[in-house]
Design a protein. Sequence first.
Lengths: 107, 201
Amino acid sequence: MTSVLSILVSPLLWLALFSGIYGLQGLSCELDLDTTTFAGISAARALLGAAWLAAIALQATLLAALHAGRFSPEGAFVRWISRATGWTGLVATIWTLFPVAVTSTCG
Amino acid sequence: MEPAGPAANTIATLWWVMLAGATAIFVLVTVLLALGFRSKEAAGDEKRQERSWIIGLGLLFPSTVLLALLGYGLWVGERLLPRDGPDLVQVQAEGRRWEWIFGYGDLPAVRTLNVLHIPAGRPVDVAITTSDVIHSFWVPRLAGKLDAIPGHVNVLRIEASQPGTYEGRSAEYSGVGYDHHGFTVIAHDAAGWQNFLESGR
């Protein structure tokens, strides 16, 4: 069970972050946060950019934990797979949430 | 479908760039597969092979191409967004089964059925909505398509480079009869557009 969890935790976290941040984008449009600006940056852009960076930090922390001795899973095969899915989760978070952080927020 | 406006040109170029990127990845993977069946180097070279074939060519090459395509796609998407600018014309399009009703920002009292009049050579923002179910506004030679959503207005930027008549249609299945849910866009030259505005006043 612990092995399955360590293998799936990063992709599952990415899934939750993806849904959450795109949901946040819809909410920021509904609340007109894209028209409220602070120092030339819209509130929606600042919020989504911060959420994206926080998501990357969360995935990176999880990956570091999977590499660290204390949290590293037992067994060479499970350890290798867990780290691979950890890297996949981190890259997926950077890649798939990049558009929502940098492009125009609301149509 | 020959592009007849800046947005359609941009989309056509995007399509060709995406095709070129996909072809490059497909060709490389095919070549790698063929080489994988062909040669076997000495066992001591396995680490080096892993680095160059799997990481270098198998991962880095497709990732680089996909990253470039993603960046280009996002840049194109930004360019296609309706933004404020000079000479902008505002029109409205309301879909319903099975017709399109068009309104004009310069002529609030005028409505046209299944025919949209626009000036050629000027950007036109179409505010799209629907009074029944979801439809999709699409003039293939002028721009991409955009959904008409009940209770919501989506704005699509279209532009015709030259005067002419362009076919439009709904690109969303919305019940039996949707295949005839079309309309026509007439792009006028400057004098023709002026005549249209004056005749509507």
